[in-house]
Design a protein around this ligand. Structure first.
Ligand SMILES: [Zn+2]
Length: 425
């Protein structure tokens, strides 16, 4: 179903643009995939030729931005569960991934997107080992960045891995050139325990030259902190068992973030995923490097106490952060309402209005999409969702209601196209 070509007005009891106060009896006018105007219905300029879609008992708000996920792993929902030790879980995923065909991966990505649309997500920061998510995201008309993953801990393999990677990225860039695509490319050197210093430098340098966003798993577990401090523990054993350990590697004796800082690979395009272990000096480095942090409320909370979360420190120090679901191998849903509810239960005093902003504009900023999506205002792409609200809700308790009570979207529009519709429009 498409509303992409014709000028269309969506009219609803409330619109929450993000960054501006709620609009009662609101309307959003879209043309050629972009927002033309957002205002009260009676104030909206109309020609009478527009298609009008009126939503009863609904709120319209920007679609959520899931800034960290692995859609390829969606087929592991209920099959692989996050477990301790971390290295055991990583082994299980490596083995299970080997058994997936290209077709399995595409199905997995598609199913992950379908679940996400119900969960209010319209934009994705997806980590892809195969590159297939770029194709599937584009085919399904969702917005996102496909972060191409690099893995290789042996220094001697760095140039070979990077050369293959570079060829793949340039091929994808050629395919996208000149297209008004909803998807873009990013770079993801997996983590400090799986990527050599040389591969970090090559891949982040390449991202810098092409101005591509970078996403890195960092400070996720105590095992990782220990490995970088003294070079041993379960992660060393994992690398040895996989034949991937570099015997010439010397542990830097630094925290994970300070290690990357010492390699000079951090930039304002970098998003750090998890960041559960940090100290004051790390926060200072994060602020100075202008990096962004991606917090995964449900995935993290299963494994760490609330002390192991960067939320309050980032907020106090104005370090930008956003929300990710992570994958269905460590979470049981790809649903931003679930993530926001968990966030609110862990930080009850954190205002719901701010949580909504983090889940929308905050995510867009982490993916470098802030000029395209994450808020409802003219010239942004028409990426929004509708949710059902009771008549008793007023503009003062809208945000609180969405964060605490709503379970799924009833409608999703991306690039001006209706991509999910449970209302029968
Ligand atoms: Zn992840």
């Amino acid at each position: 179903m498409s509303t992409n070509e014709r000028t269309t007005i969506f009219h609803a009891p409330y619109i929450l643009p993000i960054g501006l106060p709620p609009i009662s009896d609101g309307a959003i006018k879209i043309r050629k995939g972009k927002i033309v105007a957002v205002s009260r219905f009676r104030d909206l300029p109309k020609t009478g030729k527009e298609k009008l879609i009126s939503l009863q008992d609904s709120l319209i708000l920007p679609g959520f931005v899931n800034s960290h996920t692995h859609l390829e792993l969606s087929c592991f929902k209920g099959v692989i569960k996050r477990k301790r030790p971390f290295s055991k879980w990583v082994r299980e995923i490596i083995e299970a991934k080997k058994k997936l065909s290209e077709r399995d991966c595409e199905t997995s990505i598609r199913d992950g997107i379908l679940e996400s649309l119900r969960g209010g997500i319209t934009s994705f920061g997806d980590i892809t080992g195969t590159g297939l998510s770029l194709k599937v995201m584009e085919r399904m008309g969702v917005r996102g960045i496909a972060f191409h993953e690099l893995i290789g801990f042996k220094e001697e393999d760095a140039r070979r891995i990077f050369a293959t990677f570079m060829k793949r990225i340039i091929m994808f860039q050629k395919k996208l050139a000149g297209l008004e695509s909803t998807v873009g490319i990013g770079v993801s050197p997996h983590s400090p325990y799986s990527v050599s210093p040389e591969l970090f430098k090559l891949s982040c340098g390449f991202a810098g030259r092409l101005n591509l966003p970078v996403s890195i798993h960092l400070s996720e577990t105590e095992e990782e902190v220990r490995f970088l401090k003294n070079g041993n523990g379960p992660l060393k054993k994992l690398l040895l068992d996989l034949g991937s350990f570099d015997r010439g590697w010397n542990p830097p004796g630094l925290s994970p973030l300070r290690y990357l800082h010492s390699l000079k690979v951090l930039s304002p395009r970098t998003s750090i995923v998890h960041f559960n272990f940090f100290d004051e000096e790390d926060l200072r480095v994060a602020k100075k490097s202008n990096i962004k942090i991606i917090y995964c409320p449900k995935s993290n909370n299963k494994w760490f106490s609330r002390k192991r979360s960067p939320v309050m420190d980032c907020f106090k120090k104005a370090i930008p952060f956003s929300i990710g679901t992570d994958s269905l191998a460590s979470n049981d849903s790809l649903n931003m309402f679930d993530e926001m509810r968990m966030f609110k239960s862990l930080y009850p005093l954190f205002p719901a209005k701010k949580i909504l902003k983090i889940a929308t504009a905050g995510g867009a900023c982490c993916l470098g999409l802030e000029d395209r999506t994450g808020s409802l205002q003219p010239v942004r792409f028409a990426d929004f969702i509708a949710v059902r609200i009771p008549k008793s809700i007023n503009s003062k308790n809208l945000a609180e209601y969405v964060v605490r009570e709503v379970k799924e979207a009833s409608l999703s529009v991306i690039n001006g196209r209706i991509v999910y519709d449970s209302l029968g429009i």
